[in-house]
Design a protein around this ligand. Sequence first.
Ligand code: F3S
Length: 715
Amino acid sequence: MLKVQVAEHRGFCFGVHRTVDTVLEATKHFTSLYTLGPIIHNPSVVNMLEGRGAHVAHSVEDIPEGSTVVIRSHGVSPDVLSQLHSRSIKVIDATCPFVARIQHKVEQAYKEGKIILLVGEPQHPEVQGINGWCRNTAYIVQNTADVEALPALENVCVTAQTTTNQEYWESLLAAIQARFPGCDVYPSICSATFERQQEAVTLAQNVDIMIVIGGRNSSNTQKLYKLCCGYCKQTYLIESPEEIPRDIPYRDAHIGITTGASTPAWIIKEVITSMCDIEKNEILAPETEKIEVEAETPVAENPATIAPAAEAEEQTTEADTVQSIPSTGEGEANFVEDFEKMMMPIRPGQIIKGKVVSVNDNEVCVNIGYKSDGFIQRSEFSAGDDVNPRDVVKEGDEIEVEVLKVNDGEGNVLLSKKNVDSRKYWKDLVVAYNNGEHFTAVGQQAVKGGVIASINGIRAFIPASHLDTKFVEKIDTYVGKSMDVVIIEMEKGRKRVVASHKNALLENAKREKAAKWESIKEGTRVVGTVRRLTDFGAFVDIGGVDGLVHVTNLAWGRVQHPRDVVNVGDEIEVLIMKVDRENERISLGYKQLKPKPWDVATSKYIPGTIVTGKVVRLVTFGAFVELEPGLDGLVHISQIADHRIDKVESVLQPGQVVDVKILDVNPEEHRISLSIRDAMVPKSENDYSPDDYEDSYDEADDDIFEVAEDLDPLA
Ligand code: F3S
């Protein structure tokens, strides 16, 4: 494994990160978007942003009026801002706050009448921008010769470009202070730059090979490179992974990596991947030109910090491992983790988690944290029947996959989600089987003796005798059909499953029946359908189970046969009177939900009115006439005819329909007095006397009613 040490201060600095984020965000909101100059010194990032709609303008005139422009971290002069405003260009100022602070300081000093000395590169955009804030009056110095050449000045204020090398700044400042004693000093070197340079020096002292990644046009990258060259003879400046030198014995070397402030973390990742590939002889690319270490280095200016190469080697760790130091930079929190994953070998059969990068109808691309993304073909996607990956996953989803092939010949990793799903389903299936659960099976193929079905992608056999509760003539009608099944046999070793639809149906019916019985509560009313009539009552279906309405519970009066009250097919409301779950018997009441005849007798049968009734019984003292089922009245012998009779049967016969006058209704004693005689010769209302009703019962002996009560069906 490679021995690589990556600098802690790597990738974008705070200001660059902030600027790139600003541009990225702006691409979401503005269609005509520009940056004034390349946003950073990194062509790949600039190209990436260009691809998202952020175009590079090299001057204010290049930007169409009404567009939006992002000011890069270097900042610009107030003149440039005015030009932009005059062209109605919307300005998003992403000047690094550290640079903005210098601009502000310089503007203030200028207003106070001070002379500005600016240490930096005259052509650098940051320096030009800062100079603009003091009306371009600053003296820009790069070396002691420039300082010596300055005219006599008073009221001097000194500051520097943010990326100036600290040691260089200190030595030059000493020269400036010697020439202009008492000058104001505004230290402005960015700590990010300073720390990065310090760490690069330390790293360069301790490694065999130093790789500096960054743009060749980047001032801070150039400075890093020069610094490292002073401590490590094999220092290379590269802009991209393609420039990695191929003639280095990576396997035995200790390699240090640092980056300029404009280098994104993903380029570091790519460089390390490429080095790994070279080390494994997986890539045989042509050699790239070695960058010669420059003779002139700033090392000579500070010998105290230089360690001889031999000493440096002694300090090198012997650990045969990749060393990386936790990042503190925003956006790089996952770098170490990603890096370690990338270095981790993968093997066929390995189960790993990945993030969906893209999906189409036929394949899914997954980032598995490896140097290459993995692909799941549609046939390897789902354990179930043919499934369109788009219907199941989307970009950003995390899924578990199995590595099928590390390299399909074109550098792609082949993955299977199906295998992972199948294992999981089988495991779930075993648990569910042990719990007696039901499954959904889809018939796939009719075979001899049954049907092959799929339970979540797992093959199961359903014997013909288990396809239904009835005999099945055509088993192929079950192909394509979704069925509720239970597993009746399972061989875990061979992953063999035998299932039954019939057993599932029977279990369901049993469960439904049990649930129905459970829901049947005594004393409740239900609506049911009369299914069958017998001499002793009517069977009523109350929702899957039948109950019996006994003939005596059909009506309040006497019922010869149930058909006199209900017919097959009638929907009737019944009362659940008794439930015998053990013997599965339910007693229902029909008449119980009807009013009792005696409860309404007084309102229905008004004394003095004439109604029709049927003679139902003859006794020596008179005849009982049924006014309606359950409601009989007595016609005393004296009220049968308009003349005296000796025997009731000489005038009346059972079954005879007669008109009777209501003489009296006594619901408490269940007595109604009737008169046929009065019905025959109705009295006028004036002739009518309530005493007449009393007479009727007075004439009957009390025993009569005792006899009558014995015969009363409601008693
Ligand atoms: Fe700003 Fe320092 Fe970076 S000044 S742009 S944070 S190097």
